[in-house]
Design a protein around this ligand. Structure first.
Ligand SMILES: [Zn+2]
Length: 56
């Protein structure tokens, strides 16, 4: 099980979305319109699957 991370548009750092997935479930799921409180900059970011990746 990996962690779904996105790249913070403000700091460029990878931040955890707090959601977990393995590569197969990430590939088969649709993720859209999710929001996350960013641990890097403190703002709330809305992210879609294209913004995200699974980090082991
Ligand atoms: Zn951020």
């Amino acid at each position: 099980m990996g962690q779904i991370v996105i790249k913070c548009p403000t700091t460029g750092k990878e931040v955890s979305t707090g959601m977990g997935a393995d590569a197969a479930s990430f590939a088969s799921n649709t993720y859209s319109g999710n929001s996350v409180q960013c641990s890097a900059c403190g703002q709330t970011h809305t992210w879609n699957k294209a913004d995200a990746r699974v980090k082991d």
